[in-house]
Design a protein around this ligand. Structure first.
Ligand SMILES: Cc1cc2nc3c(=O)[nH]c(=O)nc-3n(C[C@H](O)[C@H](O)[C@H](O)COP(=O)(O)O)c2cc1C
Length: 164
């Protein structure tokens, strides 16, 4: 067990914990669609229905979405690897050529996703160098016949489960 470690070692060890991948989407003040790739998404509470995720304090997109008070969780499928990287790496034009429709709370629902969770921002608190954002769930939609959900592990998309 190492008690001294640098950022690279921290990332390498934590990267062995597989996660699902979502795009958190929303609108800016001019109603332009915005989104960012997030692996730290989790269900939190059933009653009341709450979900959460951790955007970095240096995120450019999250503060713009947060201003609107609403966001949609787009659960990515194994077939959306290109979008996973685009919404993590590109700074411009993330929605270029992306088909989407508006959720009841007006946030983008990206075509090809496995499920959508339509939320209003419930709370946000700083934890270390990230925010802990809690969303209250106002709507759910499971896409019939969708591809299996994406799993991300050790820096790569690995499919539906590390064993599949
Ligand atoms: C699979 C995957 C999961 C990610 N999960 C997170 C996360 O949970 N929190 C975070 O702050 N960034 C996460 N990122 C990195 C962000 O997507 C990346 O920093 C992005 O540029 C943020 O965009 P923004 O600066 O426009 O907000 C993840 C990236 C990938 C590829």
């Amino acid at each position: 067990m190492k008690s001294r470690f640098d950022g690279k070692e921290f990332r390498t060890v934590l990267g062995h914990f597989p996660t699902g991948v979502v795009i958190i989407s929303g609108l800016d003040r001019a109603d332009n669609p915005l989104g960012l790739t997030i692996g730290s998404f989790s269900s939190i509470s059933l009653d009341p229905p709450l979900v959460g995720f951790f955007p970095g304090l240096n995120s450019k997109t999250w503060p713009a979405i947060a201003e609107s008070g609403a966001f949609c969780v787009n659960v990515l499928s194994v077939a959306q690897g290109e979008l996973c990287w685009r919404f993590a790496k590109e700074t411009e034009g993330r929605f270029e050529g992306v088909k989407w429709s508006a959720s009841p709370l007006k946030s983008p629902m990206i075509d090809g996703s496995v499920a959508f969770i339509d939320c209003k921002v419930e709370s946000s608190a700083q934890i270390g160098d990230h925010l802990f954002v809690v969303g209250r769930v106002h709507g759910l939609h499971l896409v019939e016949g969708a591809q299996p959900a994406m799993v991300f592990s050790k820096g790569s998309v690995v499919g539906t489960s590390p064993l599949s």
